[in-house]
Structures are given as C-alpha cells and as structure tokens.
Design a protein around this ligand. Sequence first.
Ligand SMILES: CC(C)(CO)[C@@H](O)C(=O)NCCC(=O)O
Ligand code: NA
Length: 602
Amino acid sequence: MDPAGHKYFTVIDYVIFGLLLVASMSIGLYYAFTGGRQSTTQEFLIADRSMKCLPLSLSLMATFQSAVAIIGTPAEVYAHGTQYWFIGCSYVLGLLIPAHIFIPLFYRLHLTSVYQYLELRFCKAVRICGTVTFIFQMVIYMGVGIYTPALALNAVTGFHLWGAVLATGLVCTLYTALGGLKAVVWTDVFQTVVMFTGQLAVIIVGVHQAGGLSEAWGKVRDGGRISGIDLNPDPTVRHTFWTLAVGGVFLMLSLYGVNQAQVQRYLSSRTEREAVMSCYMVFPCLQLALLLSCLMGLVMFACYGQNSPVEQQYITSKDQMVLYFVMDMLQNFPGLPGLFVACLFSASLSTISSAFNSLATVTMVDLIKPHYSMTEARATLLSKLLALSYGIICLAMAYLVHLMNSSVLQAALSIFGMIGGPLLGLFCLGIFFPCANSIGAVTGLSAGLLMAFWVGIGGFLTRMPSPVIPLLNSTITVPDVSENITAATAELEADRSAGLHGFYSLSYMWYSALSSCTVLIVGLIISCITGPTKGDDVASGTVYPVVKTAQSYLKPSTCCKTTAEHKQVDGQKEMNGTVKEDAGSQEETQRFLPDVELETSV
Ligand SMILES: CC(C)(CO)[C@@H](O)C(=O)NCCC(=O)O
Ligand code: NA
C-alpha cells in the first residue's frame, strides 16, 4: 500500500490480465483468417446463420452481463441484503416468452436486423425510428460498460484510468472489426468462463478468510443481510418481490425479446429449434451469474461486517468496494487479484463487442443499405469500418459517463428501462395488435420515450440517496449531518405519495413496464382514431395469432394438427428460406409481401 491507500498488482497479476487481452485478440484473428475470411456481410454480421446453441446461450448471457453486474450486484447485496436476488424470478417468463413468441416470429421472417420487422409490419419511418432509438440506447450503455471496470481499477490500484479504457476499447474494437459475429460469440464463451472462474475463486477464498462457511453464514444472518420476501405492493419501494419479479419481466423482455444484440444471435443459429434451445439454456447461466454475484456481496459482508471500506474512507463509492475487497483480502494469493480483474474486464469486453457488432449491423442494414446500392465487398468493408467507428464513439461516451456520477447497476438498468422499454412496447404493438397502424406506432413510441424520460429524469433529480439499513449509519462520525439526513429522509417519505413526487419516486424497476405500456395504450388509441389497420392489410407472419394459439392449447385435437403443420412448415423453410404460417396464408403472403420493399437478407 502507498500513502494514497492504493494496493498494487504483482507481476503475475499483470500477466494474467495481459493473457486475457491476448487470447481475445487471437480468437478475433482466428476468425478473420478462417471460414469465409469475413469477406461477406452475411458472415460478418450473422455468422452465416451457422451457430450452435451452446456458444449462443453463453454469448446471450454475456451480452448484458458486464462489469456493472459484477461490481454493482455485490455492492447492492452488501448494503441492502439479498432482496435483489428475487430478480431471478423474472427470468422464467422473461425467457419463456421470447423463446415461444419472439424467436419463432423473427426467425421465420428470415431477418438480419430486428428493425426490418418494423418495416414489414408498419412502414419505413417506424423502422428508422426504432433503429435510431436502439443506437441511442446502446451507445449510452457502452459508455457505462467500458468506464465501470476502468474506474474501479483506477480507484483501488491507481491503474491509469484512460489507459485501461483505451486498452480494452482498442482490443475489443479490433477483434470485433476483424472477426465479425463469430469472433464476438466465441470470445464471449471464453470470457464467460473467465468471468465465472474469477468470481468463484474470490468467493471461495473470501469464505475462507471470513473463518469458514458456518462462521460466514452466522455473520450475514446476524447482520440482517438475508432478506425475506417483501410483498409490499407499493410501486415506489425500490426493490420488492413485485418490482423485481414482475417489473423485471418487462426488463428481461426488452433485453432478451427484442434487443438487436440478442435477436441477432437467435437469427445466427442454424435452425429455429436451436435458437429456442439457446434461449432456454440462458436460464441456468443467468441464475448462476446472479447466484455468484449475490454470494460475493454476502462474502464481503461476512468479512467487513458493518465496517465497510467506504465508511472507513479507504474508497469513495460503493461501486469500488468489490475490487477493494479483492485487493485487500487476496493479497497473499498472488494471481488472484489479476484473475478477478480479468473477470471484470471479460464481463465488459463481451458486452461492448456485442454492442459494436449489433450497432454495425443496424447501421448497415437499416440506415445505409436501403439507400445506397453497393457491391458486397464494399458493404463488408463498410461494416468493418462501422464497427471501428462505434469503438471511437464508445470512448467518447466513456468520457461523458465520467462526468456523471451514480450507482452503476441502477444507472444501467434505468437506461434499459427508459429506452429499451418503449422499444419493447413498439414491437408488442405490432406483434399482438393487428389493428395498430404506423401513425399509432410512431406516436406511441414518442409518448413512451417522453414518459420514460419524464419519470426517469424527475426521479434522478428528486431522489435522495436511498436510506441504507440503519445499522450502517451508526458509524457516521458527524452527528449533525446524520440527523439532518434522517430528518430529510423522513420528510421525503411523507412527501412520497403526494402528487408528482409520488410519480417521480416510482421504482426504477418499473420503468420498462411503464414505458412499454404507454406505447401500447397511446399507440392503440391513435390507431383507432386515425383508422385501424384491417386484418387483410397486415403482412402475414408479422402478427402473433393469440386467439388461434389459445384455441390450439384448449382443444387437444387441433393441438396435434398444429404440431403436424409445424413440421410441414419446418420442411418448407429448408426449401424456400422463408416460411408461411399455413397453407391458407401462403397466398396472402405472396399477395402482400411484394408491396413491402425489403431485402430479407443482407
Ligand atoms: C440484465 C440482468 C438483470 C440480466 O441479464 C443482469 O445481467 C444485470 O443486472 N445486468 C446489469 C447490467 C450490466 O451488467 O451491464
Ligand atoms: Na458481458
């Protein structure tokens, strides 16, 4: 330790961290020089639609599991107990619905970008609005993703902040731009293994340091960190069973159902069945990731108890705690700090590379290709340049995030809810409501975004630091300040249900549900006023047949028939490359699809 309180890396730590970057880079180079050598957009953006479900499922999980989750979740559990764990309940519906509704629908339309769907179902304007919203969401998220691990590393070890940002940004940009989606998926697999190994190692050593399993368990139980199920229906309470398990479903749907980064992986799989399977297999992976990060929080509590390093002023924010813990407790285990830092950066690399690739895809497929014709070679080169430019934008965003300051986990999940929620609403409007029209879709999306930013920014500006479990406050040394905070908090509590304040204090876990429902309601009302779309005018295969499906589940005889039909449909797809819902609608498709000018493959 030096006077500034920094804890230093040993040589072996640097070597392990360096190995991560070298290995990731090598995987990128491997896919740049094998297979089709990334010479077509088909290979670069969608891996020739040849992926298998195991790598896909790990990659699906890795996309939205960044250093934010590795650092943020333990900090949350340390301060507020295990209530956050109930978000795991939302994974059930949050993955079943994508697997059985979104994946079959998108896969059979043979899309490359999920925003092609919006043009098929509505019109070009809706597609562009959707694309731009997505770009906005992912660019902000990338900034948080790359900045978070660099900041923690800087605060605890004194490692150069922008050096870490640049190194990861550069490596990530290179392997994404060279190796395409195949490299992105296979680095995700490798990085996921590093991520799990790092967390597991720290947990095991941490339990040992805390004096063994039963000792550690006793400490977290006595410290009140094992939360019971909180069934409080109040939507303004940050984390309850309802906000996490129900609000979380909307969050999960926006990420795993309609987010381009994920849909692109479903679309890159060899068969529809394999895409569905990969979505199923995300479930145990996500539960494991959640388990490990919650355990990490508990182990930290077992080691520090109420004397958190933040209280002792070794570090300045909750988000630096995990890394401080690792450097503090694992000093006598050379290599372990390096492994954990590799784990942290693995998590972020896998997220940022997915973001680059999906952003390059939508920019190419939705914004450039429809307007300029170009040769395949030129289109592929341009896609690679796009991946590169998003790398640079990402660095710029990291600087913007540097200027803000908030709990990273809540910040990232709020972004998902505020921008991803309206996008979820837009897709649901198209998929479940045949009567919705384009004007309704655009108005609905705008209303949803407005609503989300109103409550999000309003909440950000009015929110006090959330009260920590009382015991923690007892070590604050200046009593006056502590009293003032308590008084202010009580006042805020009293104010809570009143008017706008009540609205602003809505739990951030509801942002996704609120904004997607706003899109649906406004979209439907405007559609009805401006003349709802007639059933015949909806391109077939773009609407989920809710009534038909319900009937098929209720009547056993038709259920068998549907299965038979599905088999037939699978056969057709192999032959034609596209699929029609059933024999009757095949003519309809032919009647309507030619009107919609759209390339179904790049
Ligand atoms: C998004 C969930 C809830 C599920 O994937 C989880 O991975 C998470 O909390 N992510 C936080 C954002 C991030 O890690 O970048
Ligand atoms: Na990740």
